[in-house]
Design a protein around this ligand. Structure first.
Ligand SMILES: *Cc1c(COP(=O)(O)O)cnc(C)c1O
Length: 376
């Protein structure tokens, strides 16, 4: 039976990208690796529409977050942590381990972070050195508008803005230089459509300068050790990189950089959400403005949501369940990969079948979803 992986990480990887991993290994201290590395850097610069280089090291997204915490926070730092769900909470927890003083700003899960909430916290804490934000809260399917949040921050005493972009980069616009992000953390297995295992960190000039003045408590995550070899004419990794994942990332970026990719993701999300709602499910994120282009969370208005998950799995469709307070209460379907109308109709048709008691004619929700898909 074919399995349709719809978890928001890992996400399905194309055959083309998977096959790249089968290429023979190359040494990581030679010109061939440096060339591959440089190609990836150039593609990442295009994707992020930003200068500077991206640090890449073997870890999952949590490792990328820990790297930011280790380099920019410590007992001398006051940190404002804005969280709207499980992953915002995790970034906060990781940062607290460095001994930093944390100011908690909690937004109701399922709702987006409004610019005024973050701006107020910064105004009230002019001595805060760091602000933590999550661009895409994967546990709820909330997409936060980081550009608007940063624009609303007071100019004076602006903290370093550290952004968890683990489930956003690749699938939705994220332009750190233009937006004023200081440090961006991401990973290979979500929007970047690559198997799990690579962590990526981009820094602004201000953040690189700050990193120079701080002592990092971690050897492996110390960004200054990375910088030394990253900025050589022939860039390297200070430690052994997972070379085959670099092959895969290099190939995956070509697909992502095709014209209209972000727009396709947004349309797919909108069509899927319309169909899901039309089938009688409740979308967790009520405000369409904050709905994620990568993952959609929903539940059955009156009924057994886990039973629907189970029924889906029995026919080969594998979504994720809820996390944290939503454990056992949500279905989360991802649409990071090249989901177009055939995949949307497969997901909706499977949900219809899983519902069993056919509440309405299949034509109605399909027509509603197709209408949104056709809308530009
Ligand atoms: C998946 C995810 C993480 C954690 O990434 P791992 O690769 O599982 O360590 C962190 N933040 C967000 C927003 C995520 O979606």
């Amino acid at each position: 039976m074919n399995k349709y992986l719809m978890t928001p990480g890992p996400v399905p990887v194309s055959t083309e990208v998977s096959l790249k991993e089968a290429r023979p290994l190359i040494g990581h201290r030679g010109s061939e690796f440096s060339e591959l590395f440089s190609n990836i850097e150039a593609k990442l610069s295009r994707l992020l529409e930003s200068g500077g280089k991206t640090v890449i090291f073997p870890a999952s997204g949590t490792g990328a977050l820990e790297c930011l915490a280790a380099n920019f926070t410590g007992p001398d730092t006051k940190v404002i942590s804005v969280s709207c769900g499980v992953f915002g909470d995790r970034f906060r927890e990781i940062t607290a381990l460095t001994g930093a003083e944390i100011i908690n700003v909690d937004v109701t899960p399922g709702e987006g972070v409004s610019p005024s909430v973050a701006a107020r916290a910064v105004e009230e804490n002019p001595d805060a050195g760091v602000l933590l934000l999550t661009q895409n809260e994967t546990s709820t399917g909330v997409f936060n508008h980081i550009d608007e949040i940063i624009s609303a921050l007071p100019e004076k005493n602006r903290p370093l803005v550290l952004v968890d972009g683990v489930s956003s980069v690749g699938a939705m616009p994220c332009f750190p230089e233009r937006w004023g992000i200081d440090a961006l953390a991401t990973a290979s297995q979500k929007g970047l459509l690559t198997p799990p295992g690579l962590a990526l960190v981009w820094l602004s000039e201000r953040a690189w300068k700050t990193a120079e003045t701080r002592k990092c408590g971690s050897y492996y995550f110390d960004l200054m050790r990375q910088k030394k070899v990253l900025y050589k004419d022939a860039p390297e990794n200070p430690y052994t990189p997972p070379v085959t994942l670099y092959y895969a990332l290099d190939a995956a970026l070509d697909g992502i950089l095709e014209d209209g990719w972000f727009d396709l993701r947004r349309r797919a999300a909108r069509a899927l959400a319309t169909g899901i709602e039309s089938l009688g499910f409740d979308l967790l994120v009520r405000d369409e403005y904050y709905r994620s282009p990568g993952v959609t969370a929903f539940s059955l208005k009156s009924g057994d949501t886990p039973a629907i998950s189970k029924a889906l799995k029995s026919i080969g469709v594998e979504p994720a369940g809820g996390q944290g307070q939503f454990k056992g209460k949500l279905i989360r379907m991802s649409h990071y990969h090249d989901v177009r109308w055939p995949e949307i109709s497969l997901a909706l048709g499977s949900l219809y079948a899983a519902l069993g008691d056919a509440r309405q004619s299949a034509g109605d929700f399909m027509a509603a979803a197709f209408g949104r898909w056709e809308e530009r």
